[in-house]
Design a protein around this ligand. Structure first.
Ligand code: ZN
Length: 175
């Protein structure tokens, strides 16, 4: 079942998600619902549970037709620097060039409860950083310079006030 995606201003997006202590049927159903919501979205590639209002540390993604899940993910190492025009399903239509580390090492659990480690760079690396931020109540705005934030907030407000144009910008979007 697809959920409505929570958008900027919803307090759930500012909250710290709690660790999953038991991977049970409820978690499996939640993951299914997260994928339904992701596939229902316009060009999203990943989703964190708080974006559907659930304060649990779960991230799903689908890059290159591989649907994957990680539970209680943490970035244990990061290095390099990469600029990417980031977007967020919870901040619709806004894209901002954000600098973050390029490479990350992520540790967490798969749906069977096995510990997994994933090395990721560029788009995949960015996706993990963006989604794990969601689990910590951190949004794209918090990763911008003060000057970028001011401009982005103003642009976002304008976008929200403008009725949807028939040809909305369709671009790859993190969520
Ligand atoms: Zn997002």
């Amino acid at each position: 079942m697809a959920y409505e995606i929570r958008t900027y201003g919803d307090p759930v997006l500012k909250a710290q998600a709690s660790a999953v202590t038991e991977i049970n049927g409820k978690v499996a159903r939640l993951v299914d619902d997260m994928f339904d919501t992701l596939y229902d979205s316009d060009s999203g590639i990943a989703l964190a549970a708080p974006q559907i209002g659930v304060q649990k540390q779960i991230v799903v993604w689908d890059i290159d037709d591989e649907a994957k899940t990680i539970i209680n993910p943490q970035i244990v190492e990061s290095d390099g620097e990469w600029v990417y025009s980031e977007g967020c399903l919870s901040i619709p239509e806004l894209y901002v060039d954000i600098i973050r580390p390029n490479h990350v090492l992520v540790r967490g659990l798969d749906l069977d409860g096995n510990e997994i480690e994933i090395e990721a760079s560029e788009l995949m690396g960015r996706m993990f950083q963006h989604e794990i931020d969601h689990l910590n109540g951190v949004l794209m705005f918090d990763r911008m310079t003060p000057e970028q934030r001011k401009l982005a907030m103003a642009e976002y407000r304008t976008l929200q006030e403008t009725p949807a144009a028939p040809a909305r910008r369709r671009r790859l979007r993190l969520t």
